[in-house]
Design a protein around this ligand. Sequence first.
Ligand code: PGA
Length: 254
Amino acid sequence: MRNIVAGNWKSNKLMNEAQDFTDAFLMHLNDMNGTTEVVIAPPAPFLGQLAQSKGKRLTWAAQQCSAHGAGAFTGEFTAEMIHSAGAGAVLIGHSERREFFGETDDVVRMKVEQAVNAGLEVFLCCGESLEQRESGKPETVVCAQLEHAVAGLDSAEGLVVAYEPIWAIGTGRTATAEQAQAMHAAIRSWWSNRFSKAAAAALPILYGGSCKPSNAAELFSQPDVNGGLIGGASLQVADFLELVRISDELAQGE
Ligand code: PGA
C-alpha cells in the first residue's frame, strides 16, 4: 500500500519563502530513506518555479483547478496548465473551496473529470460538518460526496481520497484515531462497491484536520489510514519532515 504525506499550504507564503522552504526541505528529504510519497500543494502562482525543484519522492500539486478546459474563463487555470507547469497532482473539493467559493458537488465532479483527463492524480477531499456528525450519519454524508464526485468515472485510476472532517480543520481539534479509522473503513467499503475490491484495496485514504507530529503516529497507524493531508503543520520544514519520518517509520514496520 502506498503511504502519502501531503502538505496543503493554502493561501500562505510568498515566493521567496516558498523557495526557501523547498530548498531546506529537499536537502533533508533527499538524505532520508523511506517509502512515503511526499506531495506539496503551494499557491498556484509558485507552481511553475517550485516544480523545477525535484525531490526523489516529491510531487508538486495544485490546490484546485478549473472546472472547464481552455478558453474564455478569466482568472481560471486549467488542469492541463497545472500539468504543463510541472505538477503531478491536484486537490479537489477541499471544504474551504466548497464553503467559501461555492463549489457544489457538481462543480467538484467537473473538476475531477478535468484533472483525470489531464493526467493529474486527484486528491479528492471529503468530510462532514460538526452538525452532520452529530446527526449520527457522517458516513452517509461523506459517501454521498464521493458518489457525486466520481459520478463521471468508470475507473478509480489516479484517485486518492482525503477525509477531512470540517470540524477538525485548522481548529486544533483532531478526530480520534477510532473516528478516523471508522470513516476510512466506510470509505474503502463504499469504494469497493462503486469500483472494485482491487481498487478499494489499492486506494490511499489520507486523514486531514489538525494532524501534526504529536498525533500523527496514532492516526497513521490505523489500518485504513494511509497518510495525511496536512495544513498548518506543513508550513514549517521541521514539522513537515517529522510527519514524513513518522510515516516512513510506520511503513517500515508494516
Ligand atoms: P489543518 O488543515 O492541518 O491546518 O487542519 C488541513 C487541511 O485543510 O487540508
